[in-house]
Write a protein that binds this ligand. Structure first.
Ligand code: GUN
Length: 303
């Protein structure tokens, strides 16, 4: 039951990225540019955007945030995206999701230049993943692969079960594990026999967003457990049930504790697991930075 330390791996990767950025600046006089567009006031989204901005700035990336009000007209948002597409200092661009209700996600996102799409969410970029024709991946799935590589977990021939079918995590990681020769099953809220399918998983990726949804009795002994959930719990009973001792202390101080989608008791049955927090979470922002640097290099080479 080895914990996969995402915090440590993320720190290592960031050190390497800071070094690369410094060298590229010496060679070219330029630094990578990342712009994050956020629409509205959602506190969780604002927190994620702040964390992206802080990390990027620390690494020497030219990080900008474009904040627009919830009432912004879609045409204005699209205009802003067209301007950012044309801006030579912006190599990487993302629109924080979810967009406010009423805005059609793809009618907005599809205006982004796919070569600046740092999330790799646009249809052409997800298509490249399906075709196994790219080494750039959405940030959370990229973080998962980096963790598997670091712990030398070879997925060829494994039964991999992905719970959750979002385009942010579930669908791309399913394709990426298929490309690595795992046998992949995608489960979701309408799946029959979830317990039986999860019970066959040599590798389980839980990306559901419900604390403790995967219980210890469901998990196959010796499995690799990847927990993508970052669930903020505010209810004492829930915190008692799902959180680590450190998160219980955080609840007493701050009024919330963080828990994953996988029940903590399952870790004892597993060969490897990612803790929450400190597993997949820190890898996501780090891979965003890695993607930003890669897009910068590609655009330097093509200009
Ligand atoms: N909302 C939640 N996760 C993500 C992400 O990875 N990228 C963007 N753009 N929005 C998100």
């Amino acid at each position: 039951m080895q914990a996969m330390d995402g915090k440590a791996l993320a720190a290592e990767i960031r050190t390497g990225l800071a070094d690369t950025i410094r060298k590229l600046k010496e060679q070219t006089g330029r630094v990578p540019g990342l712009t994050v567009v956020i629409v509205g006031e959602d506190p969780a989204s604002r927190g994620y955007v702040r964390s992206k901005h802080k990390t990027a700035s620390e690494l020497g990336i030219n990080s900008r945030i474009l904040e627009l009000p919830e009432t912004v007209a879609p045409a204005r948002l699209i205009d802003e995206i067209h301007n950012l597409n044309q801006d030579g200092d912006v190599h990487a661009l993302l629109v924080q999701l979810p967009l406010p209700g009423g805005m059609k996600t793809w009618e907005i996102l599809n205006h982004m230049d796919p070569e600046k799409d740092v999330d790799r969410f646009l249809p052409v970029n997800l298509g490249r993943i399906m075709l196994n024709e790219t080494s750039l991946f959405p940030c959370t799935p990229a973080g998962i692969l980096a963790l598997l590589d670091r712990y030398r977990i070879e997925v060829t021939g494994m039964n991999a079960v992905v719970v959750g079918r979002s385009f942010i995590v579930g669908k791309p990681i399913a394709a990426m594990l298929t490309n690595r020769n795992a046998t992949v099953t995608i489960c979701h809220s309408k799946t029959r026999n979830l317990d039986a399918l999860v019970g066959e998983a040599d590798l389980l990726v839980a990306a559901i967003g419900r604390a403790g949804f995967i219980t210890a009795d469901m998990v196959k002994p010796g499995a690799v457990l990847i927990d993508v959930g970052t669930n903020y719990l505010h209810d004492r009973e829930e915190v008692e049930k799902h959180c680590s001792p450190i998160q219980k202390k955080r609840f007493e101080k701050k009024g919330y504790g963080i828990a994953g989608d996988i029940e903590r008791a399952a870790y004892e049955k597993a060969a490897h697991h990612t803790p929450v927090p400190g597993g997949v979470g820190p890898m996501t922002v780090t891979m965003l930075m890695a993607n930003t640097v890669e897009l910068f290099k590609r655009q330097l080479n093509s200009s």
